[in-house]
Design a protein around this ligand. Structure first.
Ligand code: NAG
Ligand code: NAG
Ligand code: NAG
Ligand code: NAG
Ligand code: NAG
Ligand code: NAG
Ligand code: NAG
Ligand code: NAG
Ligand code: NAG
Ligand code: NAG
Ligand code: NAG
Length: 772
């Protein structure tokens, strides 16, 4: 039997059905919108949904959970029910075999979505498909017996190929129904004309199939095909859906473009009850990746009495920058925008659409309580605007952060500023400024040459440099908000404090690095400087907002402990599996909170979660609040277990590990998470809002494909925590104000360094083809 917390068990259909029942029970609950309840009662009048029928939008899983498993495999279909909503509709792209069987395969050529090249190396053929000469391996050259030797494979190179080792067989439509027992079946039928040329009859196949396995939906981009079956299906439960391809593509049976057919919905209505359109028909995207305003297509189709389904949702494709890499935000813009709702979405990641529909729609946005988990920004909303600028801080506040953060650095004239790196080359345009030659090599604080904040005055920085947005996933060609990559103003610590004071925040966080270096080599005490700035701004004696001081170096926190009452956060800057008791006792001496890395909670091997440490529990029972860093929306920053959905990741840390706070570059996603209507349900939450099983993907992986067992991560010992006290400030002939003391090592920690790159080798290519 399946338990969500134990593992994702997909192999036996008996346990799978039990799981379905369980999940079903879990979902029909007060407060949870369930399409089941909407369907069975006549809620049309009071429905909050702007769909054609007023019903809940549908989630259609393209080839199952094809974002993770080989498209159209039994695992893929089953997983869409285990991880998603029980109402999910299973989509099958039907292809015909030589002997007239219908099989589910995502592409008409089998080259990449199966291992057929290896099984039938001589099988490459050339055909004309809708007028286009196409070469490859085709289902029409094989009978069902031949294809039983062939297994399915992950066709998209940026996705894990680990599950190919399970050798999933190709399913006929009947296999799919028998093995998966989908809630509903959606058959997508293309290339009828091509099959007819080869004397294969898709119409006859469909009518035959419908005698025993009635599909709920049949979609096709061919007018001729739908027209030929509309009479036969008029009285059946099957709905016919006309699929639009590219606007300039010619529809083969009418010889006009899909774009012009879109203007003739009255005609479409004569043979279909709905349309299936690529998502950009609804929300067009410019060539530079920004959303334009929505078109009227959903309203037009609804007026005509046609349902509208939007396709091409995938969490790991590059979608518009307007969504800040949050795929859930994208789905919401199609179903809960106050103006229209599509009637369903076709997606490779059905969990995200299920969350959006079940837990994130029709939320009262004016509810902006600061609750648990605490949301702490990292360089402001640095996923959206350049680090530590007025824009990124304002965005963090607008998005609902509880704390905004300032990593302090010092300028040549002794001004403390907020800058995410001590090296201006990483976060500003200094290399194209008059100061581009001010390179120095200072191994104590930075690997390789840099142009450091303390080599320029504050005025020189403000007048000559612009901020540069950080692109931590640039090795995968993933960029942040390019339109604003150099926008915003730098802020001094004083500016930052003045800015934060009157905002709706729980407080501010100041992080301090390199204190020892600055004291010893530059004669500047950054701790004194920060204390003075807090005093000058009134933070030291106001009670409305908390002040947190974060450092990786205990000596900095000890200094604050001695002289102030601020909340002190000790950051453990390496991934660890445990902390020995004596080190925890030591940290108790100088910190109230501890920040640990994501992997210190859920260790990872080759991007798969291998287990859970007991650190959070242990630290909490020792009286610490535990914060976890660093949350990013870009899917490459998450292990596969989180299904390329940043919400799944946050939920796992909050529900599964009970962390007290999260440190994030996308506070908006975390704040939306906190508003969702399902997380209050605890164990009763629907499956798609329950924590994912720990190590669940490894349990269902073929043993041959398992990633290597890694040497365990180190434990933190007392010796790792204890540091010599900050050095006295050596009087240097510098232009600094006086001070004394010490610090920490390199700046800008490379949080992403644990990611495994090999599987992404071809992402660059993929990105090119997916960016619309
Ligand atoms: C259900 O809603 C439909 C459409 O609004 C209406 O025609 C029908 O009378 C309603 N049925 C019931 C039982 O309320
Ligand atoms: C299969 O993958 C190769 C790259 O590995 C690509 O060039 C080719 O276009 C793909 N074929 C199809 C049909 O997607
Ligand atoms: C497919 O199977 C048939 C028998 O069912 C056999 O005659 C034929 O050679 C096989 N085709 C290939 C490509 O192996
Ligand atoms: C489709 O249009 C093209 C060019 O307009 C024409 O050459 C062709 O004969 C047409 N085909 C049919 C089936 O009408
Ligand atoms: C809509 O399509 C039908 C069938 O092709 C055609 O007869 C009709 O003229 C079209 N109407 C418009 C407004 O284009
Ligand atoms: C998307 O973002 C761009 C740039 O900020 C903005 O101009 C545009 O209005 C946004 N689109 C929508 C639909 O909000
Ligand atoms: C939304 O929440 C605010 C604050 O809690 C409340 O005043 C308001 O009435 C709510 N609006 C709706 C429509 O529930
Ligand atoms: C930058 O400042 C440091 C410390 O004052 C100094 O040692 C170094 O020479 C300066 N670099 C340049 C290029 O001026
Ligand atoms: C903080 O308190 C001190 C003494 O209690 C007072 O002199 C000072 O004006 C206060 N600062 C602010 C900004 O309120
Ligand atoms: C560490 O502390 C915990 C809780 O106080 C205790 O249960 C455990 O036995 C201690 N471990 C060691 C090795 O002393
Ligand atoms: C922490 O600060 C001390 C000075 O107080 C310094 O000697 C030590 O190198 C620093 N540790 C790290 C890891 O930077």
């Amino acid at each position: 039997m399946l338990t969500r917390r134990g593992g994702w068990e997909l192999s036996s259909s008996a346990s799978f059905c039990a799981a379905l029942l369980l999940l079903h029970v879990a979902v029909v609950l007060p407060g949870v919108v369930s399409s089941q309840s909407l369907k069975n009662s006549n809620l049309t009048a009071t429905s909050p949904w702007l769909t054609l029928s007023g019903g809940t939008p549908l989630v259609i899983a393209k080839g199952g959970f094809s974002g993770l498993f080989p498209d159209s495999s039994s695992f893929s279909y089953k997983f869409s029910y285990v991880a998603g909503s029980p109402d999910t509709i299973s989509w099958c792209d039907v292809r015909l075999t030589k002997d007239g069987n219908g099989v589910c395969l995502p592409d008409i050529v089998l080259d990449n979505c199966t291992n057929i090249k290896l099984v039938y190396p001589e099988g490459k053929m050339n055909y004309i498909v809708n007028g286009v000469p196409t070469s490859g391996w085709f289902s029409v050259d094989y009978d069902i017996q031949n294809l039983s030797q062939v297994s399915l494979a992950q066709a998209i190179l940026s996705r894990s190929n680990k599950f190919d080792a399970s050798l999933f067989p190709i399913l006929t439509v009947e296999d799919l129904v028998a093995q998966v027992k989908p809630a509903k079946l959606w058959l997508n039928i293309q290339h009828d004309i091509f099959y007819r040329q080869l004397n294969l009859d898709m119409r006859r196949y469909l009518l035959y199939l419908s005698k025993h396995d009635i599909p709920s939906y049949v979609s096709s981009p061919e007018v001729g095909f739908l027209s030929s079956i509309v009479g036969r299906f008029r009285t059946s439960k099957t709905k016919l859906i006309f699929r639009f391809l590219g606007e300039d593509t010619i529809e083969p049976s009418t010889n006009v473009t899909y774009g012009s057919l879109l203007k003739n919905l009255t005609f479409v209505k004569t043979f279909a009850s709905g349309i299936l359109i690529p998502k950009y028909y609804i929300w067009p995207v410019t060539s530079s990746g920004y959303l334009e305003s929505y078109t009227s297509v959903v309203m037009d189709a609804h007026r005509e009495g046609l349902e509208v389904f939007a396709s091409e949702f995938a969490n790991d494709a590059l979608f518009s920058y307007n969504y800040s890499y949050d795929p859930l935000a994208e789905v919401l813009s199609f179903i809960d925008n106050g103006i229209f709702s599509v009637d369903g979405v076709v997606t490779d990641f059905p969990i995200t659409a299920s969350e959006a529909i079940g837990c994130y729609s029709h939320i009262n946005m004016s509810n902006s309580d600061h609750g648990k988990p605490l949301i702490i920004s990292h360089n402001g909303a640095s996923g959206v605007y350049p680090d530590c600028t007025d824009l990124s801080y304002q965005q963090a506040i607008t998005d609902g952060a509880d704390y905004i953060d300032c990593p302090v650095q010092v300028t040549k004239d002794g001004i403390l500023i907020c800058m995410s790196s001590i090296n201006l080359m990483e976060v500003t345009t200094v290399t194209t400024s008059p100061f581009s030659s001010l390179l120095s090599v200072i191994p104590e604080i930075h690997d390789g040459p840099g142009i450091f904040t303390f080599n320029l005055t504050w005025e020189e920085i403000q007048k000559n440099l612009k901020p540069a947005i950080s692109n931590p996933e640039i090795q995968y060609n993933i960029y942040r908000n390019p339109l604003y990559k150099n926008d915003g103003n730098f802020m001094s610590l004083g500016d930052f404090l003045a800015f934060g004071r009157d905002k709706d925040l729980s407080g501010i966080l100041i992080s301090i690095e390199n204190a020892a270096f600055l004291a010893e080599k530059l004669g500047y005490s950054v701790t004194d400087g920060v204390m003075r700035a807090l005093q000058d701004s009134g933070y030291s004696n106001q009670t409305g907002q908390e002040v947190m001081i974060l450092s990786k170096n205990s000596s900095v926190l000890i200094k604050f402990r001695q002289q102030t009452k601020y909340e002190l956060v000790y950051m453990v800057d390496e991934s660890i599996s445990d902390m020995v008791n004596s080190s925890i006792m030591d940290i108790k001496q100088f910190a109230h909170m501890i920040a640990i890395s994501k992997q210190s909670v859920y260790p990872v091997s080759q991007q798969f979660i291998t287990g859970q440490t007991k650190l959070v529990q242990k630290l909490q029972s020792a009286g610490f609040a535990v914060y976890v860093y660093l949350f990013r929306n870009e899917f490459v920053s998450q292990p596969w277990d989180f299904l390329s959905d940043p919400t799944v990741e946050i939920n796992m840390y909050v529900q599964g590990a009970a962390v007290d706070g999260i440190i994030t570059e996308y506070p908006g996603t975390a704040a939306a998470y906190r508003r969702n209507t399902c997380s209050k349900l605890g164990d009763q939450a629907p499956s798609y809002m329950s924590p994912v099983p720990i190590g669940g993907l490894l349990q269902i992986m073929d043993p041959q494909a398992l990633p290597p067992t890694l040497a365990p991560m180190p434990s933190l010992h007392a010796a790792d925590v204890v540091e010599p006290p900050l050095p006295a400030v050596s009087p240097k002939p510098s232009s600094f104000g006086a001070g004394e003391e010490s610090g920490l090592p390199p700046s800008q920690p490379s949080y992403g360094r644990h990611l495994v790159a090999s599987i992404f080798l071809s992402l660059v290519m993929l990105c090119g083809s997916l960016l619309v």
